[in-house]
Design a protein around this ligand. Structure first.
Ligand code: TXA
Ligand code: MG
Length: 332
């Protein structure tokens, strides 16, 4: 069967006619790419197993990698998950926002098993984006939304990135312009301890200040009881552009492109070098917003390697360095 061609719908936020159309599409089990504040997500009805299966197929995502469930507000949380005191505190403080909480599921949680990859935990967030929230409200239920890219590729920060990865594989793309944050949400597991499963758009320091204690690092790659990864999507070579990536570059070799950071120049740059600067004034928020778009842009320049200048590790720098490390990891 021929794949359905993707249609790009331009949503004027708050237009009831568009929102009703999108809500109907989700109810019919269709896949709709929507902007969030972090990256574009590929949304589907979280209660519909068939729609969830289509997400894994469209992205080429392994079935063992669970999806994040997006809800409208804190009130919806208790229907699907059992938050402890730390989770309630974080949700109250940071939702809507770029924070995902991994929590025990409720016994009668009606989210499709496939969406949580058979785990007894569930990842949840409330996105801080007017279009995403309008769609969630119009739809009236929980929505799964992984990043709207092919599995293993760089997350999309514009509708054009979604189009380039998923056209023909999904039903609709809602164009809300470039996203504000640019890296995916921070994922925190709230159990006996609060565990940082993925650094992301909410800096670790903000979370630790509210909790009044340090976030714990996951113990290695795998949960020792089940042998499964704690955040199954965090495989070493996730977020990979096709071009090789060289980190901590202090110079540029012939044939390399440069992903720069800050006002300082490096040696080896000539008229033939493709250069993009994540933030010429050294601002980490600006760098995060530019990161994935610039990696995509340099990926099509024909350089054999993207040399990346060092990025400080504080604030959003931790998430930026995490994604860069994964982009540079060896692939099979
Ligand atoms: O900012 C974001 O979080 C974006 C936007 C669209 O909301 N979404 C996103 O989804 O980044 P995705 O599917 O690309 O990444 C979800 C991550 C994966 O690493 C997955 O393994 C992890 O969340 N995850 C989901 N459920 C989990 C669970 N129960 N336990 C541990 N990790 C989980
Ligand atoms: Mg992703």
């Amino acid at each position: 069967m021929q794949p359905k061609p993707a249609v790009t719908a331009r949503l004027s936020p708050g237009t009831p006619r568009h929102l009703a159309r999108l809500a109907r599409a989700l109810r019919r089990g269709e896949l709709v790419a929507v902007p969030t504040e972090t990256v574009y997500g590929l949304a589907a009805n979280a209660l519909d197993a068939r729609a969830c299966r289509k997400i894994f197929a469209a992205k080429g995502r392994p079935a063992r990698d669970p999806l994040i469930v997006h809800i409208r507000d804190l009130r919806e949380l208790a229907l699907v998950a059992q938050p402890n005191a730390a989770a309630r505190l974080l949700a109250k403080k940071f939702w809507p926002g770029p924070l995902t909480l991994v929590l025990p599921k409720t016994s009668d949680c009606n989210v499709a098993e496939l969406a949580t990859a058979g785990l007894d935990t569930i990842a949840i967030r409330v996105p801080a984006h007017r279009v995403a929230l309008d769609i969630l409200r119009a739809f009236g239920g929980p929505v799964v939304a992984p990043s709207a890219n092919l599995s293993g590729h760089v997350s999309p920060t514009t509708a054009a990135h979604v189009q380039s990865d998923l056209a023909g594989r999904i039903d609709l793309i809602v164009d809300g312009g470039p996203v504000a944050v640019g890296v995916e949400s921070t994922i925190v597991g709230c159990f006996d301890e609060a565990v940082l499963l993925r650094p992301g758009g909410l800096p670790r320091g903000d979370i630790e200040r509210v909790l009044g204690r340090k976030l714990v690092q996951p113990p290695g790659d795998a949960d020792s009881d089940s042998g499964r990864p704690l955040a199954p999507g965090m495989l070493a070579s996730h977020y990979a552009p096709r071009t090789l990536v060289r980190l901590d570059a202090c110079n540029v070799e012939p044939g390399e492109a440069l992903l720069a950071f800050g006002p300082v120049a490096v040696s080896g740059v000539d008229a033939a070098t493709s250069v993009l600067n994540l933030s010429a004034r050294g601002d980490l928020d600006e760098a995060a917003a530019n990161l994935f778009g610039y990696l995509r842009a340099l990926d099509v320049h024909g350089a054999h390697t993207i040399a990346v200048m060092p990025v400080p590790h504080h604030g959003l720098g931790e998430a930026i360095n995490d994604r860069l490390r994964r982009a540079a990891a060896r692939r099979d």
